[in-house]
Ligand binder design. Structure first.
Ligand code: HEC
Ligand code: HEC
Ligand code: HEC
Ligand code: HEC
Ligand code: HEC
Ligand code: HEC
Ligand code: HEC
Length: 205
């Protein structure tokens, strides 16, 4: 056989045994990967990668023979959408004839990324309305000025702000009394929630 290149560090031990991953005349088969990787409990427990329980294609996201220092993983939402579509797993949309970008955008982002939602569901669960899969940054987006008074339109206060903690700690820290919670701008900078207006960085004890 031709030498296709060095295996990844993780598979070095398997290396000599080509048939662990390859079947003569068929090439590389996902079933062979699954034979060794069926019991990845951490992988299945973590929300974004839990889909491994139901997928039976490994290509597109896992490559091999790229050298021992290359991690053999690169997430591809397109490979994911294509695999789910091929296997008839519902994405909540019809996929036939859709261009690639649309196919990706039809994924239910919230199913895998809800735990990363920094908006605390204030913007709903339709992440794809605003986000694409390449990066979470939104092109052309500028945060409202620190002079804005509309903070509560987009941000939800933590539960502690609706308990005694608000009067006992939050208000006292800023030196104010009887403030409405929704007046975030009286107490918060836009830099970070721990950057308290007129006080500086608030350290939790
Ligand atoms: C003979 C058993 C075996 C086979 C077959 C096998 N693997 Fe692995 N794989 C391992 C072992 C052992 C490790 C390293 C220990 C670990 O992380 O679990 C590993 C690690 C990995 C990693 C983590 C690599 C890293 O650096 O983070 C991925 C991804 C992976 N395998 C995917 C695959 C895919 C895809 C296939 C099929 C093309 C495959 N494996 C076939 C045994 C196997
Ligand atoms: C749609 C892309 C995609 C497909 C298809 C896919 N994986 Fe993965 N896989 C990932 C991602 C992303 C990770 C997480 C890597 C990380 O943590 O950096 C991962 C992680 C893994 C790991 C754990 C690696 C580690 O770091 O310990 C193994 C093992 C693995 N995949 C095996 C498989 C096998 C076997 C298949 C085919 C049955 C498969 N994957 C199909 C994207 C995919
Ligand atoms: C850990 C699993 C694994 C082992 C072990 C492994 N390969 Fe591969 N090999 C793959 C995967 C996966 C591909 C598909 C390439 C890709 O998608 O990056 C591949 C691709 C190839 C290709 C390119 C043609 C094709 O089928 O796509 C050749 C040739 C090849 N391997 C030969 C070998 C030989 C020879 C050995 C033993 C020295 C070996 N492989 C061991 C996983 C493995
Ligand atoms: C079936 C699960 C799944 C679905 C559905 C899904 N993703 Fe992902 N996404 C992942 C995984 C896995 C990663 C790799 C990072 C990780 O392991 O946490 C990832 C990474 C990302 C990243 C980070 C990219 C980077 O390199 O920084 C963005 C942005 C993203 N996804 C957006 C989306 C959007 C938008 C949607 C809906 C259109 C979506 N995802 C649908 C599983 C999913
Ligand atoms: C109404 C539009 C909108 C919706 C819907 C939305 N987001 Fe965002 N999201 C944004 C904007 C705007 C940013 C800021 C982007 C920037 O700084 O470039 C952002 C930032 C993010 C970031 C990056 C935060 C950081 O500080 O790096 C993540 C992660 C994220 N959103 C996840 C989600 C998830 C998950 C969902 C769905 C549950 C979602 N978003 C729904 C508009 C939205
Ligand atoms: C039009 C919607 C909108 C308004 C109005 C708004 N923000 Fe934001 N803010 C966002 C988005 C989107 C992000 C980035 C994603 C995220 O963290 O939710 C963000 C991020 C932040 C962050 C960074 C959070 C972090 O952990 O990185 C702080 C702090 C913040 N805003 C404070 C404020 C304050 C204070 C006001 C009022 C002066 C305000 N925002 C007004 C939408 C808004
Ligand atoms: C009276 C001043 C005040 C108002 C009004 C206020 N906060 Fe705070 N907030 C604080 C202070 C002080 C802290 C840090 C200490 C603490 O937990 O009380 C804090 C902490 C936070 C944190 C970090 C909590 C954590 O668990 O790390 C978030 C997020 C936050 N506020 C969001 C908001 C939002 C959103 C609003 C408006 C809807 C708001 N706050 C209104 C004073 C205020």
């Amino acid at each position: 056989m031709t030498d296709p290149g060095e295996l990844s560090r993780a598979h070095e031990a398997v290396g000599g045994n080509c048939s662990a991953c390859h079947t003569a005349f068929k090439g590389q088969e996902p079933a062979k990967c699954i034979a060794c990787h069926a019991n990845e409990s951490m992988l299945l427990a973590r929300q974004p990668t839990a889909f491994h329980a139901s997928i039976d294609r490994c290509g597109g996201c896992h490559m091999e023979h790229q050298g021992r220092n290359v991690r053999p993983t690169e997430m591809s939402h397109l490979a994911l959408a294509a695999a789910l579509a091929r296997d008839g797993i519902s994405l909540g949309a019809t996929l036939h004839g859709k261009p690639e970008a649309e196919l990706e955008q039809s994924l239910d982002c919230n199913r895998c990324h809800a735990n990363q939602d920094p908006h605390r569901e204030q913007f709903g669960t339709g992440c794809a309305d605003c986000h694409t899969t390449a990066r979470w940054q939104v092109e052309g987006y500028r945060h409202p000025s620190p002079e804005s008074r509309d903070c509560a339109q987009c941000h939800v206060a933590p539960p502690s702000h609706y308990m005694m903690h608000f009067e006992m700690v939050s208000e006292k820290t800023v030196g104010l009394e009887h403030v409405e919670v929704r007046s975030c701008y009286l107490c918060h900078e836009t830099t970070a929630w721990n950057d308290i207006r007129g006080v500086g960085w608030y350290k939790h004890h």
